[in-house]
Write a protein that binds this ligand. Structure first.
Ligand code: MN
Length: 356
């Protein structure tokens, strides 16, 4: 374990020194996190099974990744998990599951893998980001989402923890965030300048206050309309890696996409990312060579109106992950040495004659 950790430190140091993590990117740990208590709808705990059934492992293997499947974690529900402050739902269950996930992600990164966590609702980022940061303290987070997920337990309107993970992770917010039962293990590991949002279009008043007052970089759908996705990605990397290279954590909520593309999700909002914008984001992140962990969250197979809607949502999620690990729209980059040539003219003549 100590050896693994020093290996991870080495990789993080490499990253800090501006060396690309390309080699690491070919070894992928896959972690299923069927966490659903961060929100109220049934079914999001079937997300990992749905993404596996959509061929995730095969797609990664087909790209030349060595996939180490950690399986789906077993999250026990904590009994008598009463509301915090008469409002916040299942704090002990979400806290414990996130703690288990943090240990797993930390282990995977320490072993030198890039870690893909498939959810599950977005509260799982409490665990995945914490575990990642335990090995790579300088991690930068790209949060692709329709929502900002940065309410505090005191500003949340829904009470759902999937709308709050970033408030727990941010150092600057710690005097605004109460200690929840089940969260004592969690230490804030990000600064406001370590996060960039892409795709926002449904932000609560308190969240907007936080984004503005703590100077958090975000690109809303309006910004994407204004700047174009290419400029948005350029500025994202300028913010996160302008001064030095660092490992990247991509936390991708499928509801960032337009609901016409990703209907099987809990909180869809009109006017989201196009397929091409989504793939461009993933391509550019892959091209940095610094991708170290990915979350893919909020795919809920019970919320599709038909099997086709569920399949479309799942295969979109798989496309994003595959693109993060090298799938391109310009064709595979595996070696192709020689085009086949037709057999000699004489032969084709004689074949022709035979046919006549
Ligand atoms: Mn989210």
């Amino acid at each position: 374990m100590a050896l693994c950790r020093s290996f991870a430190r080495l990789l993080c140091k490499q990253a800090d020194a501006g060396l690309q993590l390309t080699k690491q990117a070919h070894s992928v740990a896959l972690v299923g996190a069927p966490l659903s208590r961060g929100q109220k709808r049934r079914g999001v705990d079937h997300g990992p099974a749905t993404l596996r059934a959509a061929g995730l492992v095969e797609r990664l293997a087909g790209l030349g990744c060595q996939v180490y499947d950690f399986g789906d974690l077993n999250f026990t529900q904590v009994p008598n998990d009463e509301l915090y402050n008469n409002l916040v739902l299942y704090p002990r269950s979400v806290g414990l599951a996130s703690q288990v996930l943090a240990d797993t992600v930390s282990r995977a990164v320490a072993a030198g893998h890039s870690c893909v966590t498939i959810g599950g609702d977005h509260s799982l980022a409490l665990g995945s980001v914490s575990g990642h940061a335990r090995q790579c303290p300088h991690v930068g987070v790209i949060w692709v989402d329709a929502h900002a997920d940065i309410n505090t337990p005191l500003t949340t309107q829904s009470g759902s923890l999937h709308g709050q993970p970033l408030s727990f992770l941010l150092r600057e917010l710690q005097d605004k965030v109460p200690q929840l039962p089940g969260f004592s293990w969690l230490k804030p590991c990000l600064s406001a300048s370590d996060i960039v949002y892409i795709g926002l279009r449904d932000v609560d008043p308190a969240e907007y206050y936080i984004l503005k007052n703590y100077d958090i970089q975000y690109f809303s759908m309006r910004d994407i309309d204004r700047l174009g996705i290419q400029k948005v990605m350029e500025r994202t990397f300028e913010q996160l890696m302008g001064r030095r290279q660092r490992p990247i954590h991509l936390s991708f909520d499928i509801d960032a996409f337009d609901p016409s593309l990703a209907p099987a999700t809990g909180t869809p909002v009109l006017g989201g990312l196009t397929y091409r914008e989504g793939m461009y984001i993933a391509e550019e992140i892959h091209n940095t060579g610094m991708l170290s962990a990915v979350d893919m969250v909020e795919v809920n197979p019970l919320l599709g109106a038909s099997q086709e809607e569920v399949n479309a949502t799942a295969s979109l999620a798989v496309d994003v992950i595959a693109t993060c690990f090298g799938q391109t729209r310009e064709g595979a980059h595996t070696a192709f040495d020689e085009l086949p040539t037709p057999s000699s003219p004489d032969e084709s003549d004689s074949e022709e004659q035979v046919r006549i």
